[in-house]
Design a binder for this molecule. Sequence first.
Ligand code: GDP
Length: 292
Amino acid sequence: MLASGGGAGARGAAAAAAAAAARAGLGGAGARGPAVGRPAARGPVASAGGRRGRAAAADKGEGGAVGEGAGDGSAASLELPEPTHVNIKTAEYVGSAASLAGCPRATFPEFALIGRSNVGKSSLINMLCGQRALAKVAKTPGKTQTINHFLVNRSWFLVDLPGYGYARRSKAQREEFFQFSSEYFLERETLANALLLVDSSVPPQDIDLQMVDWLVDSEVPFSLVFTKSDKRKKKCPRNEENVAAFEGILEARFGILPPSVLTSAAKGGGKRELLWLIGGLRARWEQFEGAD
Ligand code: GDP
């Protein structure tokens, strides 16, 4: 487990964590190729970005870009190439696999969505693809866990992985998730980026933070997608405070932040920004693949 700061020993661990974070693509070049960084300055992400922009967007329950890289801007030096095709024109369900071996041939770049059950994964897939029930077709009855592939614009995949359960059963659920999903994350050659969905209507949850630790330790490049920006929970802090708290923990732990977008599947918020981010990551993945 990575240290969260404080004390001399913790400083050493924090430095190690920062190095692992850089390898995982938190604002630096990912060791596995596709780095994550701030989307290109001319994109809607940059124009809607910044802490003030985010707060305003969250206030309206709309969502938008929140990723800025490290607080001092230094980690944001890596910019993603400008994406050429951002909009989703076609999206089709390809199939569900019970293991990596059953997944479609690894040809196109893919973006794997992970998050707690009920975080809004299916709703986000449907919102992004502009289809009401696309993600539903992949939902298997019972407890069967599957890796579900959706082919977008016939050129990239959105991948839906099992949710990792509620916080109250975090440990067992986390283990179950890892047993099933780690092969995919560690071995899928065409994984361009993991999109970690985090519910913005609740304060930071341990299980989500543990997932970040695991992604960093495993050097899996990832971005944060905060969901449900329109949802207000009475006894919880406001959404933008929850987002700031989550990012604050990451910043303290790793000294650096992945890109992030605040979304609302219910209101369509953050759609453009997220598609822009995915487009930039895809363009970068293609550059990297082309250089092989
Ligand atoms: P999954 O288990 O992660 O696939 O989550 P679902 O997409 O099935 O959503 C779980 C619940 O959260 C459902 O009741 C959705 O209607 C609700 N939900 C999902 N996204 C949003 C959102 O953006 N805003 C609000 N208010 N509710 C949402």
